[in-house]
Design a protein around this ligand. Structure first.
Ligand code: ADP
Ligand code: MG
Length: 699
């Protein structure tokens, strides 16, 4: 077997056998996803120290991001109770002193001994007239500083670490791995491409990305790896797309659509022009032989549901089944009820399928789906369980896609026919990123809110202003308004003062909101209990619904006008935007209060202020992307797709574009990557990349 021969390459050996690793350190490396030598040398530095860039402390001005060396002068640990603490270390050089501040890490007291030398970096803030850095990066310098820096070269790599592996240890290990591979690294891009794009060669890039001779060479190495990163992802996406629809037609559904027209005429409102435009795109696709594969983005409240419903009705009137999959049971129920009311008097058999239904009920629904007795189904993940079979699925829609993985998406379409496919999301995805991860979908945007749409004023509330805020809420309750009161966790956990929904409920009921009926809704309740709480809230029988993120997406209760979010620091911006999208519907102006908790440091306040200053979902998403990277926001972590390590889909737009083009051209001319000049690509793709990414097979 050729494979055994090929894997002699040092890069494909286990990282355990690299000098300085061994079985126990290998366990630690595995936590960083490092299993092979190639993984190890692909563990890129997250930063670099450069002696020529060190500043003197006196020059570390407010707001500057700096790196410097200094000696530990004094340290003090202040315990605040409840496991919270502030540890402050004064460090200094010959020009001045600066404080390093750490929250809730009391064990650091043992490490920062007076007289030790450190390298630290971070952003300087003035606090009570003194410079400080909150949560700096730091490293203790043992031995002579010059030697410390020299033994690693002039520009010193700083690696992402895991507990048990120090910066120095990681440097040593990566260096051994590089030594082991020297002269034996294989290229994985076609020569022609390397030359025409002016890329640095692969082996040299590995050397330079870890131990750059100059910033210029580092930049070249990084550029090459960025391209590599996105290029193999693009090959993967194109590969998937081809295997998804290989040889299978999408059902063609040409006009006319009398039933759809009647539905639209029956709606209690007229579609906005953005809704009309997107629906036209959908109709055009479904009527053509290329079919529909589209991502619809539209801010919270832009009216995506109706567009989805229209597409489903279109498929049903052409004799096919339609399925709508949503992330939560609450949302499934809400969509189902709304769809039923829109479809009253229409010859469409609708059904719902959610996990909490009785087994016998589910069986009946599954039978009817298979026989064709059901035309339109709304459901949760329950829809894509193993046994689900459709009679003739014509369209599959996924609402709030960011909550689903790509794998689920593939599952809905695994029949003889490839159904039309629509994804809807309220978390806008910047175009270059969408092109990357949803490279196989067309993009539509509902960029207009219905008249009287959504209006929310957002305010950051400091702990001291809590009483005033509740006074405002009581007045609002007295005038018939309703509020969601949101907590991040379900139960109180040790060492945090995050109030759980249950705890918060009791406190509010006895305290600030004791004169008003409150309800409780969280993920651990049964579906019946949840539905009951929502129903009571919808009917106005409770004024305040104390809840968790179970209401994050899609829940539509027009009368609720206030959203109070406890511990907003805990949420990503895109998620906060979803949450505030629950209020200010139905023409009422909404208020969103971000109730800051006491124990978080000053960090993060700027983020919340930014959020309060804009109600533009796209701006919020871009900022969130900048702060957190794409992994968290659109659920790529669950998606089966790798996260980006070097590529920033916003600022590296040109690389993304180039890679998309090049990958298309390459596969277009050589679909199986069998030409001699493309062997290097397919070899890497098969031997390393695909396995590394643990790509689920789809069929
Ligand atoms: P989202 O895009 O967030 O999923 P929904 O589809 O839930 O938004 O719609 C939000 C609300 O706006 C719903 O109550 C819906 O009935 C209403 N709506 C949708 N389209 C229009 C429209 N063109 N005019 C008025 N109201 C609309
Ligand atoms: Mg929605």
């Amino acid at each position: 077997m050729g494979k055994r021969f090929e894997s002699r390459e040092p890069a494909h050996e286990s990282s355990q056998f690299v000098k300085g690793v061994g079985p126990s350190r290998q366990v630690l490396l595995s936590r960083l996803g490092i299993e092979t030598v190639e993984d190890l040398i692909s563990h890129f530095p997250r930063d670099y120290y450069d002696r020529s860039n060190f500043v003197k402390i006196a020059a570390a001005g407010d707001g500057r991001s700096v790196t410097f060396t200094a000696f530990v002068l004094a340290a003090s640990l202040r315990r605040l109770g409840g496991g919270r603490s502030i540890f402050t270390v004064a460090v200094g050089d010959e020009t001045g002193t600066i404080n390093l501040v750490f929250f809730n890490q009391p064990y650091l007291e043992k490490q920062f001994k007076q007289g030790l030398r450190i390298i630290a970096s971070g952003t300087v803030k003035q606090y009570r007239g003194k410079p400080q850095i909150i949560a700096p990066e730091y490293e203790f310098v043992t031995g002579d500083l010059d030697e410390f820096l020299l033994h690693t070269g002039r520009i010193t790599p700083v690696y992402p670490l895991t507990a048990g592996i120090s910066q120095r240890m990681m440097r040593r290990i990566v260096k051994s791995a590089l030594d082991k591979c020297r002269g034996m690294m294989r290229e994985n891009l076609p020569d022609e491409l390397v030359i025409s794009q002016g890329f640095m060669g692969r082996e040299e890039s590995f050397e330079q990305v870890h131990y750059p001779e100059s910033w210029k060479k580092l930049e070249l190495a990084r550029r090459r790896f960025k391209f590599e990163e996105i290029f193999f992802l693009h090959l993967l996406i194109r590969d998937r797309r081809a295997s998804f629809s290989r040889g299978k037609p999408r059902p063609q559904m040409p006009p006319p659509y009398p039933m759809l027209d009647r539905l639209l005429g029956n709606l209690p409102f007229e579609l906005t022009s953005a809704q009309k435009r997107v629906l036209d795109e959908v109709k055009r696709d479904m009527g053509s032989d290329s079919g529909l594969g589209r991502l619809i983005q539209g801010d919270v409240g832009s009216g995506k549901t109706v567009v989805g419903l229209a597409a489903m009705v279109l498929a049903v009137e052409k004799g096919f089944q339609a399925a709508l999959m949503v992330p939560t049971e609450i949302l499934a129920t809400q969509h189902y009820e709304r769809i039923e009311s829109y479809l009253e008097g229409f010859p469409v058999n609708t059904a719902i399928l959610i996990g909490s239904m009785k087994k016998s009920e589910k069986e009946r629904v599954l039978d009817d789906l298979k026989s064709g007795g059901i035309d339109m189904i709304v459901g949760t993940h329950a829809l894509i369980q193993e046994r689900t079979e459709f009679h003739q699925l014509g369209i599959a829609i996924i609402d709030e896609q960011h909550r689903f993985g790509v794998k689920q998406r593939a599952k809905l379409g695994s029949g003889d026919l490839v159904p039309h496919f629509l994804v809807m999301t309220a978390t806008p995805i910047p175009r270059s990123l969408a092109q990357t991860v949803y490279g196989d979908l067309d993009l539509s945007m509902i960029d207009e809110l219905p008249i009287g749409g959504r209006k929310v004023v957002t305010q950051v509330v400091e702990p001291a202003e809590r009483g005033d805020m509740y006074e405002t809420v009581r007045r609002a309750f007295a005038s018939g308004q309703q509020a969601f009161i949101l907590y991040p966790l379900v139960t109180e956990s040790e060492n945090t003062d995050l109030q759980a929904a249950t705890g918060g409920f009791e406190i509010l009921q006895k305290g600030e909101l004791k004169d008003f009926p409150l309800g409780l809704l969280h993920g651990r309740m049964s579906f019946e209990e949840k539905s009951k709480a929502i129903e009571m809230f919808r009917r106005g029988e409770i004024a305040g619904l104390v809840t968790t993120t179970v209401i994050e997406v899609g829940v539509d209760i027009p009368n609720a006008s206030i959203m109070i979010i406890n511990n907003p620091e805990r949420f990503g911006l895109a998620q906060l935007h979803q949450l505030r999208g629950r209020v200010g519907r139905g023409g009422n102006e909404g208020a969103c209060y971000l109730l800051r908790s006491e124990n978080t440091g000053p960090g993060g306040a700027g983020r919340l202020e930014f959020f309060a200053s804009t109600d533009d979902g796209l701006k919020v998403a871009e900022e969130d992307l900048r702060l957190r990277g794409p992994g968290e926001i659109w659920g790529f972590r669950q998606s089966g797709y790798p996260l980006f390590r070097l590529v920033n889909p916003l600022s590296d737009h040109d690389i993304v574009q180039k890679s998309w083009k090049v990958s298309g051209r390459l596969l277009g001319g050589d679909p199986g990557l069998e030409k001699p000049e493309n062997k290097v690509v397919s070899r890497y793709y098969r031997l390393y990349y695909k396995r590394k990414m643990k790509i689920p097979e789809i069929g």
